[in-house]
Ligand binder design. Structure first.
Ligand code: NAP
Ligand code: GDD
Length: 335
């Protein structure tokens, strides 16, 4: 029997790619899901459709230590990837309390249960470039100080420090990924990239006339999620646990993303995009740019998908879903 992995947040973008990667490597893959997911699999397990019959899903509540403890006791994983989180930064301004609760307590409960029940288990925490926030250095490395700008960012700093402390205090093989933004056709619709690419497809399909966006000047280091889950796995294969920045080393503005996504479809974004002041954040993270030299040298990991290819893949996928056919770069045929 191969290694046994437990993934929290398996229904999300990264969880679904990671489940596929681990299955391909011969792992027995277990996933923690919310109870409602098991009752509405067509919608809530959509991203897992390719592997649904090869993963073992367990209903568990991140808000309950007893539930997390029982989960770990049942699975006794060799590797645990903690991806579940309230991951939408904008929403964290509307609901700081549940963001902090889920993201901090969920991480603490899981670390504590793993320490007691499966102390040899290797643990991955999904840290974020949002921890750098109002970044004090460009580009950001593992040594750049944190300056989070939202309760989401604060919750990730806390999860990062808990993970590091369990490593130092209890000798756990616990690693932090400091992942910069990563996207794919499986990205949630609330995030700006997918909002844009699905918006382009809806406009082409005649379902929308415009697209409302917030701050077009924010800059992000955007990579492909399928590649970023490989970095998570590589971290847990190292003899020693550590913390790693995972990024492309290129930054682009939201405006550049919009411009390219619309031009892929033969459209000029200025004819469709409207700016809505309500979509601006109370405290913005203006510029993220990662330096992943450490991941390159120690893990042998590099980002493969460039910005153009990422945008095109996402536009094409959303167009295909809405029945808009055509080739990127050429004009699309309306359904
Ligand atoms: P995602 O698509 O939003 O997935 C989030 C996952 O967390 C989903 O499976 C969701 O389950 C689960 N979850 C949310 N709240 C929960 C709760 N209260 N109880 C149990 N499960 C809950 O996020 P992602 O893009 O895959 O990101 C994975 C992780 O990496 C997250 O921790 C995120 O903060 C972090 N991260 C992401 C990026 C990025 O650019 N994607 C960068 C850095 C760090 P449901 O399906 O039931 O909602
Ligand atoms: N969501 C959204 N919607 N963002 C917008 C919009 C809009 O209409 N208009 C402009 N933006 C800007 C945001 O203000 C932000 O500067 C940027 O687009 C990216 O926003 P998101 O796609 O929501 O991602 P994020 O950078 O806040 O957070 C993502 O990346 C983090 C890693 O840096 C999430 O995946 C986090 O979970 C992750 O930790």
């Amino acid at each position: 029997m191969g290694q046994r992995a437990l993934i929290t947040g398996i229904t999300g973008q990264d969880g679904s790619y990671l489940a596929e990667l681990l299955l391909a490597k011969g792992y027995e893959v277990h996933g923690a899901v919310r109870r409602v997911a098991l009752e509405d699999p067509e919608h809530r397990l959509l991203r897992l459709s390719a592997v649904r019959d090869r993963v073992v899903l367990h209903a568990a509540s991140l808000e309950s230590f007893a539930s997390v403890y029982q989960l770990v006791a049942k699975v006794l994983p060799d590797e645990c990837y903690h991806l579940a989180a309230q991951s939408f930064v904008s929403y964290s301004f509307d609901d700081e309390f549940s963001t902090l609760n889920t993201n901090i307590n969920g991480t603490h409960f899981l670390l504590s249960a793993v320490k007691d029940l499966a102390p040899k288990c290797r643990f991955y925490f999904a840290g974020s470039s949002e921890m750098f926030g109002k970044a004090e250095q460009i580009p950001q490395t593992e040594k750049t100080p944190f300056h989070p700008r939202s309760s989401y960012g604060i919750s990730k700093v806390c999860g990062f420090e808990l993970t590091r402390n369990y490593r130092e205090a209890y000798g756990m093989h616990a690693s932090n990924g400091i992942l910069f933004n990563h996207e794919s056709p499986r990205r949630g619709f609330e995030f700006v990239t997918r909002k844009i690419t699905s918006g382009v497809a809806r406009i082409l399909a005649g379902k929308s006339k415009e697209l409302s966006l917030g701050n077009l000047d924010a800059q992000r280091d955007w990579g492909h999620a399928r590649e970023y889950v490989q970095a998570m796995w590589l971290m847990l294969q190292q003899p020693q646990p550590d913390d790693y920045v995972v990024a492309t080393g290129e930054t682009h503005s939201v405006r550049e993303f919009v411009d390219l996504a619309f031009s892929c479809a033969g459209l000029d974004y200025r004819d469709y995009v409207v700016t809505d002041p309500n979509l601006f954040r109370p405290a913005e993270v203006n510029l993220l740019l990662g330096d992943c030299t450490k991941a390159q040298t120690q893990l042998g990991w590099t980002a493969g998908t460039g910005f153009d290819a990422l945008v095109r893949e996402m536009v094409e996928a959303d167009c295909r879903t809405l029945g808009v056919t055509g080739q990127v770069g050429a004009s699309f045929a309306r359904p």
